[in-house]
Design a protein around this ligand. Structure first.
Ligand SMILES: [Fe+2]
Length: 278
């Protein structure tokens, strides 16, 4: 049977979006991409060579959260035997108590230097004292304009720039001058807000990578403070930014051409060879 071009286009218009939605909500939304990325170091930061960080973000656990998805993400991270885990915010969209089952999964995360979290804009908009309490009970250290000093480097966390009060000088004042800092800051466009090369790597989320992407075109919708750096690795001089696509979904329980991501970031002095991880 021959189908005319007009009929074919009509059928694509009628059945394409529901089919894509079904695929995105049943398959892609649950299909975790463990993404290994090498982050180049400036020569004077080579003491960080080989350090490995797991980055995960944007859980929105009160919307379409799935404990089993988080459990699998935690298992992936634990299998990587990383040094640091950074949880980059937006644990919920509106309803803070939904963090309880999320934090129960976070309690199983393992990293030699520790598990850290920062505040996203949604967490800030609905912030109450139960948030730091739940992190503390899960063994996760929440960093709000704070830093953890590990001698050769520090892990810092800035408050959300959308509703919070981020202040990098407060972080820097807690550390020796010029100590390299691995910074969690929820909104990626803040990468343009500072130039200090002490910040070797900024880790962000917020954008969901668009969550629903069009072929070739890419992300269809991006949020405020997330339009300059939608996803992936960016560099300005010796500073690096990595923006994860996140793990959860918001507004619609689907992802399309934008799989949930656990990013495994390895800091690399490019003059020294390391085995290929991919
Ligand atoms: Fe966000």
């Amino acid at each position: 049977m021959k189908i005319s071009r007009r009929k074919l286009l009509l059928r694509a218009a009628l059945f394409g979006p529901p089919t894509a939605f079904g695929y995105g909500s049943v398959i892609e939304k649950n299909w975790i991409d463990v993404n290994h990325v090498d982050i180049p170091l400036a020569p004077h930061h080579r003491q960080l060579h080989g350090l490995r960080i797991a980055l995960m973000s944007d859980f929105h656990h009160d919307e379409f959260g799935d404990d089993e998805l988080i459990r699998r993400a935690v298992d992936h991270i634990n299998a990587e035997q990383v040094d640091v885990v950074m949880l980059a915010g937006d644990y919920i969209s509106n309803h803070v108590p939904a963090m309880e089952s999320l934090c129960a999964e976070f309690a199983n995360l393992r990293a030699s230097k520790g598990v850290f979290s920062i505040i996203g804009n949604h967490d800030r908009w609905h912030y109450d004292d139960s948030i730091p309490k739940m992190f503390e009970e899960s063994g996760v250290r929440l960093l709000v304009n704070e830093a953890a000093d590990f001698g050769g480097f520090a892990v810092g966390g800035a408050d959300s720039c959308w509703g919070g009060n981020p202040h990098l000088p407060t972080i820097e004042a807690q550390l020796p001058k010029d100590m390299p800092i691995l910074l969690g800051w929820h909104e990626p466009d803040t990468f343009d807000y500072y130039k200090n090369p002490q910040y070797v790597l900024q880790m962000s989320g917020h954008t969901h990578g668009g969550q629903v992407c069009a072929p070739v075109y890419g992300p269809i919708l991006l949020p405020s403070y997330g339009r300059n750096y939608p996803f992936g690795h960016y560099q300005q001089g010796t500073r690096n930014l990595y923006v994860t696509r996140g793990i959860g979904t918001m507004d619609v329980p689907t992802r399309f051409l934008c799989r949930p991501e656990v990013a495994i970031l390895r800091l690399v002095d490019q003059t020294v060879s390391l085995p290929d991880e991919r």
